[in-house]
Design a protein around this ligand. Sequence first.
Ligand SMILES: C[S@@+](CC[C@H](N)C(=O)[O-])C[C@H]1O[C@@H](n2cnc3c(N)ncnc32)[C@H](O)[C@@H]1O
Length: 232
Amino acid sequence: MDYRKPVIFGENWSPSRYRVLPYFAVEKEVMQRPRSQMILDLGCAAGWNMSRFRQYGRHPVGLDVVPDRVKLAAHHGPVAIASGLQLPFAAETFDVIYIQHVLHHIGDVPQALAEVYRCLKPGGSFFLIETSEDSPLIRWGRRLYPKWLGDEVNAPFYFASLQTMLAGHGFQVQRAEQYSVLFWVWEIVPDQLPFMEKLTPLFVAGEQLLARRWRRLSAHCYLVAVKGRTED
Ligand SMILES: C[S@@+](CC[C@H](N)C(=O)[O-])C[C@H]1O[C@@H](n2cnc3c(N)ncnc32)[C@H](O)[C@@H]1O
């Protein structure tokens, strides 16, 4: 995805893409809970996720360190230029903090998790989506290409270690799932060669076959954790 362009969730994507990305349904359920009102998209880039949360009927706040990206994200709601290592919010501000593919860029992961914990209300939800080095292709790819769209990758994760890490920071992991064996390739190819988007249904069918057998080698995972208590 090109973070230099305005972006709205759902544009230029064939509907079959959604079938292989299970986190959409889960995040929608979390965000549409009655108490999920104050939502932070930490590392919002140009606001792709924010535009989707608005489609769920929510009014998220976006935050990112890159001013040009934040300027684009401002089309989808209030935004802040700041670091996830020092959130400019009072303690217990948010019902949901959402972080997609940001922790592996952030540098000081324990500090970032401490900030998430501080800014979540008790019982609030932390929704984390990460790349996982359980996939040998991701491991090798990172060695060859240690940056993603120009941003340094400085904290590789494994699915199991992410769960342990969240528990170590006081979160209770409610849900954790691996997904996307090869589908991540499709984040790159049609971006570079738009006509390839037409082949998505074929690629989705292949991904679903692979996932049945190789999900444990998946390149992506998501986790839903709560601060302090596990009701609702
Ligand atoms: C791979 S992009 C993901 C963007 C978006 N979350 C998504 O899912 O499309 C990573 C984003 O994290 C941001 N980022 C990196 N370090 C950060 C930090 N310390 N605080 C806040 N955002 C950061 C980058 O500027 C970039 O926009």
